[in-house]
Design a protein around this ligand. Structure first.
Ligand code: DGL
Length: 280
């Protein structure tokens, strides 16, 4: 069946992290409708086995495609690391946009030659990260940290409390001692704590959020495929439908804070690792 340009963009993440990507998509393409799936029943993905993340990602992709998505944005570094290649093989006719830690722009611009990368364990272990480092690090020293607990703090909406601050201090202070001048945010949750990160690292350290580049790439692919929405200006026709495998009310209450707009949230339940069911 030919794709319809007014069909929605499908976006998913393990939780609210993908909202940082959705925010950039809304900013650049307010006319596009979006289906957003947060797999909060399974969060965090970071410590999970690759094969399980592949199962979740495949099932969520199928769910979004069944609801008419014209392109899938894997707005999660962990799912991209574990499953992007697998998704492209499993759905050869579908266009995917994935995330990878922004080592390339960091390595191009660092002056001290030392760059900090914050991401989940699965992202660091995946072949995608290894290949990004091999292709782009070019002798730049990369200091890695997994920030244990930070994703959960952000899921609670705690963007600058003492525990969130402690986790980031622990990750960033040793990096500052080693003279980093750039921090790469390799997890889509982390852009929500940029103000706190900037308070810790000061104004001489650049913080790279890849979300705007991912939104630009999504736009390019839609344009190239003749799939840009013909809807009018924001608010006229475009809409976002949110789905969560966790608690709909808690996601709904976080939307204004994280995304800057309200939205309707539907609960979806897992039956095993490969089946989704609408409703409680
Ligand atoms: N937002 C996800 C990412 O970009 C990670 C969160 C998780 O561990 O589930 O990697």
């Amino acid at each position: 069946m030919p794709l319809n340009s007014n069909a929605p963009i499908g976006v998913f993440d393990s939780g609210v992290g993908g909202l940082s990507v959705l925010r950039a998509i809304r900013g650049q393409m307010p006319e596009e409708s979006v289906l957003y799936f947060g797999d909060q029943g399974h969060i965090p993905y970071g410590p999970r086995p690759m094969a399980q993340i592949q199962d979740f990602s495949e099932t969520i992709t199928r769910f979004l495609l069944d609801r008419g998505a014209k392109i899938i944005v894997v707005a999660c570094n962990t799912a991209s690391a574990a499953a992007l290649k697998y998704l492209r093989q499993t759905f050869p006719d579908v266009q995917f946009v994935g995330m990878e830690p922004a080592v390339k722009p960091a390595a191009e611009r660092t002056e001290t030659g030392v760059v900090g990368v914050l991401a989940t364990p699965a992202t660091f272990q995946g072949a995608l990260y290894a290949s990004v480092v091999e292709r782009f690090a070019n002798g730049v020293q990369l200091l890695q940290h997994t920030c244990p607990g930070l994703v959960q703090q952000i899921e609670k909406g705690d963007l600058d409390g003492p525990e969130t601050r402690r986790i980031l201090d622990e990750a960033l202070n040793p990096m500052l001692e080693k003279n980093i001048d750039t921090v790469v945010l390799g997890c889509t949750h982390y852009p929500f704590v940029i103000p706190l990160i900037e308070r810790i690292v000061g104004d001489k350290v650049r913080v790279i959020d890849p979300a705007p580049a991912v939104a630009r790439q999504t736009k390019r692919l839609l344009e190239a495929g003749g799939l840009k929405s013909l809807n009018g200006a924001r608010g006229e026709h475009s809409e976002i439908q949110f789905y969560t495998s966790g608690n709909a009310e808690s996601l709904r209450s976080l939307l204004p804070k994280l995304l800057g707009e309200e939205g309707a949230v539907t609960t979806i339940k897992w039956e095993g690792d490969k089946t989704l069911k609408v409703g409680d």
